[in-house]
Structures are given as structure tokens and as C-alpha cells.
Write a protein that binds this ligand. Sequence first.
Ligand code: CO
Ligand code: ZN
Length: 335
Amino acid sequence: MKTLLKQLTETFGPSGYEENVRTLVYAEVKPLADEIKVDALGNLIVRKRPSKVTKDTKKIMVAAHMDEIGLMASYIDEHGFVRFSSIGGVFGRYTPGGRVRFLNGVAGVIGHDRLEKMNETPALDKMYIDVGATSRKDCPVKVGDVAAFDRPFTEMGNRFAAKSMDDRVGVLVAIETLRALRSTPHDVYFVFTTQEEVGLRGATTSAFGVDPDLGIAVDVTAAADTPNAPKMEMKLGAGPCIKFQDSGMIADPRVVQWMIRTAEKNKLPYQREVLLFGSTDARAMQLTRAGVPAGCLSIPTRYVHSPSEIVDFADVQNSVKLLTAMLRAKVDLGE
Ligand code: CO
Ligand code: ZN
């Protein structure tokens, strides 16, 4: 599981350019799936059929996004410095001095213009990527080329730091759940979505196509257990987070209770999550067609959208256990 998480986080796949991640996920799920397809937006849709169809069989969509935030070259100046636009929520405070890697293999370092005040955080339009070029002519990058943060996966005891834990850790949880599930009374669609970071675009089209009875997103949430963090409950090592709300959705209370009951019945730790910002693919599933009851299982993560996002391995393992338990039994919505 650790090796796969390392592979997933060290693969480059900014929104719209998820191909390398998809290839890796495809190889893992191929032997476990009853049906696999890739749709027009690049979503990888993996179906696990019910062992037996009964009146309790539900069509459940589990979504984890393959894409990560990134940068796109927007202008090359006469000295070969590359200005860029952002793909998703790239924060200026996490970027200067960082390394990036273009999909064509070119490495770059992020620098910035002269600052008015030494301690200010430069805006993204005051930054550039230095790729070692000396002119526009010898610059190995063209306008439209795409890059992502470049950082190795690092173990720190039972915690791991990597770029793109958001949401490769969710992708890992979905793959490992499919592996652990073996059989299910439900018709489960594991959808490895695209373009989440630019507005849940892959989940929007794939949720319409799958047309599920229930939707569960697996994504990261911000752990607030660091010095002077915003006042929120989520912390590393205290179990998967069951989302009640973020800035894009109110999780369906019936789904929330199903998740909580399953955790309690299986003696798994869990945390109650109210995230004060952000959203996930669960929002897109909830709002598809005439509406779908949806919720989100979140992995608490420090420094989300930085090049070094940290998760706790126990939370990852317990997330797999919770999702597997949810999909293995009759869905109890308390109705
Ligand atoms: Co994100
Ligand atoms: Zn995410």
C-alpha cells in the first residue's frame, strides 16, 4: 500500500493531463474489475457488480480524483524565463524556491520579481519558472506546456509527506477498497475522476453518466492540528473524517449517519468534519440530474495544496476499512 502511494504521488497529472495517473490506476484495478471504461473527459470508470441483485442493491458511485494542481506556461520572455498561469488552487506562499517538472520531463525552479518589501509573498504573476534557458529560442518549454510540483515521497515515522496527496491518497483508498471488497451486494462504480481541482468537472459528467443512487467522494480535508491553525476538529491520526459540511455542500444527513453507524458498528475511529473552505466531487454527485444523496469520506491532511502534504498511515488504513465496511453490507439510511 505504501509503495503504491509513493508511485501515485510521484506521478505527474495536473487537471486535464491525468493520463500517467490513469495508466497506473488502470493496471491496479484491471484484475479486480468487472467492467472498465474511460469516458470523454478521461474519467476512469471501474464497475464492481453485485454478487446477487436484490431489492437492497444500490448503485453507488465512489469518486476519487486523479488530478493535482499545477502550472501552465503562459509566456516565455526573451531570456527564456517562463511565466505561468495556475491550474487549480496554487498558493503564492507555497511556491517560490520550489521545483516543478513539466510533462515533457523539463525541470524548473520557481523564482520571482524584485519585491517592494522583503517579507511579502509575491503574487503568482510576479513569479516565473527558470528552466535553465538563456533565450526564448533555447527554452525547452512552449506556451501551453504543463508542470506540477516536483517532490519525492518521504516517510516520517508513521506519517508520509508528498506532493499531490490531494487526492492520490483518496485514489489509493478507492483502489485498496476495491481490492479488499472481493464481493458486494451493491453495484459499485469506482470513478477515478479528472479536473476536480478546476471545478469538479470530471465528476460532473461522470456522475451524470453513472446516474447513481448514492455518491461517496474520497478526498483529503485540512487537518487543523498545527500551531495557530483555524479552529476546526480534524487532526492527523484520529481516524477518517466524515464530512458534514464544506463551502460547497451540506452532506446528506442520511449518508452521514450511515457512515457513522458503520464506523461505530465496526469499532473504527472517525472524526466529525466541518471544513470551513473548499469542496469535493461529492458536491457534483449531489447536484447531478434530479439530485443524489451524497457524502464524503476525508483523509485528514496537513498543508493541503502545498508541495508537501502530510497524512498519517493509520488514517489511510482506517479509511479503507470504513469504506469497505460501507460497501459490503446493506445500506442503512435509517429510513
Ligand atoms: Co485539492
Ligand atoms: Zn482534492
